[in-house]
Design a protein around this ligand. Sequence first.
Ligand SMILES: [Zn+2]
Length: 317
Amino acid sequence: MKIPRVPLVATLVAVAAAAALLAAPAPVRAPATAGIVRATATGQTETGRAPQTPTAPGQTTPPTAPPPTPTASSGQEPTAAPSGTVPGATPVGTRPPVVDHGPRTGNKVALTFDADMTDAMRYQLRSGAVRSYANLKIIDLLERERVPATFFLTGKWVEQYPDVTRRLAANPRFELANHTYGHLAFTPDCYGLPRIAEREMTADVARTFDVVAAYGGRQTRYFRFPGLCHDRKALTALAPLGVTVVDGDVVSGDPFAKSWRPVVRASLDGVRPGSVIVLHVTEANAPMTDEALPHILAGLAERGLEPAPLSEVLGVG
Ligand SMILES: [Zn+2]
């Protein structure tokens, strides 16, 4: 089910180059690097919003607050996959499948929102340079319109936004998935993202499942690599975890967008039954997504397509 990903590459370069920008504590905007972003990422560069106050909705609970609703998975061996019918669960000990989309039948599509969080991003929050990496307007809209969605959460994002995570887990239309603990690169060359050591990969992803599991809700064994970067070693590292790797076939290009229109166009151009649309809920790093979303929803409806949880789109729900 591999498909060509030309637009995807440009988008990933934009994301990763921006991440590289953020790798330095300060300043955010290094002119030389920003030039690289412009040259490779269809004009999208730099953070979209001016520095604001550090206080933000959803940040009121200290990151160290204990998760609210421990589940049966607490105390589990970190490398043990949940048994039974958890969506995305695959046999432990086998290299996980990589999925781009579901069957091209029916009318369901998956809206997936990545919640990145790196140490550099946390520095931006602490310093007050960035107000929020949690776009509550997206969640408000999805809740108001009763739209199903799937959230790929990094462990550090969950720790930064426990209240928001609680809200996501409480929605019966939302599925929760895994986007690593700290959004490090799992391949040697992943657009400049800082790299995780191979020996630490399994524990990093297992730890993230544990962090997310404590919130309950619709847990899954779906996993998405940062930058969608994976190779044989990275996939082998996940074998003990019994997961399904989900890339996606429609990349919205929402990171660092300066207008909502290109995001809408990219989201709707190639969308088909079974599509998995990649979006971001990271606000400061994807500042137009909340404005694009109503238009995306309208466009899907015009095409007779209906958002559904990822597990349903992949045909296992
Ligand atoms: Zn990401």
